[in-house]
Write a new protein. Structure first.
Length: 288
């Protein structure tokens, strides 16, 4: 249990700090969100597949030979990786790492809607309270408490909403594939497919930002730690402590993103922002 808790917390912290690293790459080094997503997906996908080949070769071979799963893999790659990565990075680019990560937590409302529709039921009382808190918290973050103005850029809210929708799909769409072929194999295939789709569009070899040695180190971190490591540690923790506890401990991600945004990028959050963040995080504990 303690090992699982440590793994989930470490994964969440890596995800959160990765958001701030991405902000630096896009702000200081002018890396395009699509370029960053493409590079991150291809290299992280290669790492996933390499580990899958070493640890679960039978599952990897089985997934490759399972031609009937190809259409589902492509759909999951588009929704759960490509759209999620691009929308998250664009949300960070338009706002900041802390705000973008907190808005991403709204994906639980998407999962709740799916569960209620699939189970033909209404939200429970605590779930309804969670929805109300999430709505009020989002309004506070967007307006700063003044309903006559919009504090956040409209594009930041747009990409944040798209990211929440797509991240909700990540919890639903690939579930059967992961049960059948394993997390490493399915994540590796999805990341590589998504990166390959972006490759001819982005053409990273022609639009690469000028990176000094610090920029290169940040790129290594965002691929190895922030993407591959974050996913790997979090999922390893889920296997040990279960998805419910992992979801609760996963609130370390927005906390790490907010703290690192203040320390590294000098982001400033008002009391209204912090109250909105708190409401959305409380929602995470209510909507299970």
């Amino acid at each position: 249990m303690l090992i699982g808790i440590g793994l989930v917390l470490a994964g969440g912290i890596m995800w959160g700090t990765n958001a701030t690293v991405s902000k630096v790459l896009m702000g200081t080094y002018h890396a395009d969100p699509f370029w960053l997503a493409c590079i991150r997906e291809l290299f992280a996908g290669a790492l996933f597949l390499a580990v899958a080949a070493a640890r679960e070769p039978k599952q990897l071979r089985g997934a490759i030979r399972d031609h009937r799963s190809y259409p589902q893999l492509v759909v999951c790659s588009l929704v759960c990786v490509l759209i999620t990565q691009v929308a998250y990075l664009s949300s960070i680019d338009w706002t900041n790492s802390g705000t973008a990560t907190v808005l991403q937590s709204l994906n639980l409302l998407v999962v709740l809607a799916y569960v209620c529709i699939h189970g033909r039921r209404l939200p429970a009382l605590r779930e309804g309270i969670g929805v109300a808190l999430a709505f009020v918290g989002t309004v506070l973050i967007a307006t700063g408490g003044d309903l006559t103005t919009l504090k956040l850029p409209l594009m930041g809210l747009f990409w944040g909403a798209i990211n929440a929708l797509a991240t909700g799909g990540l919890s639903i769409l690939p579930a059967k594939l992961m049960t059948k072929w394993g997390n490493l194999t399915v994540n590796g295939i999805m990341f590589v497919i998504s990166g390959a789709i972006l490759l001819p569009i982005v053409q990273p070899w022609a639009n690469s930002p000028a990176l000094d040695w610090v920029g290169v180190l940040l790129m290594v971190y965002t691929v190895v730690c922030g993407t591959f490591g974050g996913y790997g540690l979090f999922l390893a923790g889920v296997l040990r402590i279960g998805s419910m506890r992992a979801t609760m401990l996963g609130t370390s991600e927005p906390l790490a993103a907010t703290v690192s945004a203040v320390l590294v990028t000098g982001a400033v959050f008002s009391m209204t922002d912090l109250v909105g963040f708190a409401m959305i995080i409380i929602m995470v504990f209510l909507v299970r």
